[in-house]
Design a protein around this ligand. Structure first.
Ligand code: ARG
Length: 455
């Protein structure tokens, strides 16, 4: 492709070192879409005749069809997907093919391809994220009114509905989907027409080309356009954060599935056994997801590090942007799919959660609130209940087993109605502020999400 200036062949080793077709072949459909749009731009500018443009378009579509059917041979010697396709096209249609690269460089071409690829993948990832939310909602609904301890510092804190816990992840995933959608806006801008770095003296209607490809607009600085990979960094961040959220959920599921917690049962189809210990049922899907999130973060670090030292404009280093991008998209896509399946097969164990949730200590804050409602300043109430907790531990008797007279030893503000706030059901109903886990609230949230996800 650049034989004019060179007297020597490229070293075989350099070819092997520099080729990208072994991984960027995946851009083929987008590369072809970009080339067809470009050819229409060239037609509009009078560089191609209608007949030449037609030949190019038909030839490219044929090549695409063959690649899809696995009948196309990519050659390492042609370096990348762009040159493989262009050279095959020219071989097939002759002179018209040789005109296709007018007013274009591989620099604006690859930037265009990667944007198209990212855009398509974002749409898939958003769908998968929504499906994951739907699985969580469905699992939460199956859990019904199951109450379990909520934790801080992995110590029992206050009672929550199991559904409320899962809904926390639904919220995270909603922000995740919004981040992907927001990133898509910056992805969806056409760099083609920026040439190698300084546009071209042959003027194409870039807005027209953008329209052909469904871009919302065109880039405004050719140097920026060929070297910008912000959009990849942004996408890899959004992906990493989804990975981090799945990793947190993994951690919860792993704890819950342990004999120590026993809060959930995972289906046989989403767990694995041990080759040695016959009794084992391991939450591998969750562990793998926790592990794979490390890769997603690593890929984000790769792209940031890749960009940070680059002078303007395009540098070959940028070829290294693709593997982390592809890997993160593949990894997250599969993680979301398998996690969605696993959550759909996850059942909550009411007996275990109920036993854990009936720990009277979970209502210590409710007792403090009771005193506040009876005129005791909170700090003072906190101390009174602290002493009551110590007494309860020493006596080995829960709050529910104590007499009113014992409560009153700690504060005269206690009255006969204190027993009411020690009832778990009443305690849950009382948590009715916005965002809190009263059964009423949780029901409304589930309905809201159901409607939103169906829409
Ligand atoms: N394979 C290259 C990449 O991914 C395509 C662009 C090559 N441009 C160049 N000036 N050598 O970045």
């Amino acid at each position: 492709m650049w034989k004019g200036r060179f007297a020597q062949e490229t070293s075989a080793l350099v070819q092997r070192y520099g080729e990208s077709v072994s991984f960027d072949w995946r851009l083929f459909a987008h590369d072809i879409a970009g080339s067809i749009a470009h050819s229409k731009g060239l037609l509009k500018a009078g560089i191609l005749t209608a007949d030449e443009q037609q030949k190019i378009e038909t030839g490219l579509l044929e090549i695409r069809h063959e690649i899809e059917k696995g009948q196309f041979e990519f050659k390492e010697s042609l370096e990348d997907v762009h040159m493989n396709i262009e050279s095959e096209l020219t071989k097939r249609i002759g002179p018209a093919g040789a005109k296709l690269h007018t007013a274009r460089s591989r620099n604006d071409q690859v930037a265009t391809d990667v944007r198209l690829y990212s855009r398509a993948c974002i749409d898939v990832l958003v769908k998968l994220t929504r499906a994951m939310q739907a699985a969580l909602i469905e699992c939460a609904e199956r859990g019904g009114d199951v109450v379990m301890p909520g934790y801080t510092h992995l110590q029992r804190g206050q009672p929550v509905l199991f559904a409320h816990h899962l809904l926390a992840y639904v919220e995270m995933l909603d922000r995740d989907a919004a981040r992907l959608t927001d990133c898509r806006k910056r992805v969806n801008v056409l760099p083609l027409g920026s040439g190698a770095l300084a546009g071209s003296t042959i003027i194409l209607d870039r807005e027209f080309v953008a329209q052909q490809l469904g871009f919302d607009g065109v880039t405004q600085n050719s140097m920026d356009a060929v070297s910008d990979r912000d959009f990849i960094a942004e996408l890899l961040f959004a992906i990493s954060l989804i990975g981090v959220h799945l990793s947190r959920l993994s951690e919860d599921v792993i704890l819950w599935a342990s004999a120590e917690f026993g809060f959930v049962t995972l289906s046989d189809a989403h767990t694995t056994g041990s080759s040695l210990m016959p009794q084992k049922k391991n939450p591998d899907v969750a562990e793998l997801t926790r592990g794979k999130s490390a890769r997603l973060i690593g890929n984000l670090m790769s792209i940031l590090t890749l960009i940070k030292g680059l002078p303007m404009t395009y540098n070959r280093d940028l070829q290294e942007d693709k593997e982390p991008l592809f890997d993160s998209i593949d990894t997250l896509g599969l993680a979301l799919e398998v996690f969605t399946e696993m959550i759909s097969g996850m059942d909550v164990n009411r007996a275990k959660t109920t036993a854990a949730a009936s720990d009277p200590m979970l209502l210590a804050t409710d007792l403090a609130d009771y005193l506040v409602n009876h005129g005791v300043p909170f700090r003072q109430a906190h101390e009174v209940i602290g002493k009551l907790v110590a007494y309860s531990i020493e006596q080995k008797r829960g709050f529910g087993e104590m007499k009113l007279e014992e409560f009153q030893r700690f504060s005269p503000a206690f009255e006969a109605d204190v027993t009411a706030c020690l009832n778990l059901e009443t305690a849950m109903i009382a948590r009715k502020g916005i965002g809190a886990p009263s059964p009423q609230n949780v029901k409304a949230q589930l309905a809201r999400w159901r409607a939103a996800l169906n829409a």
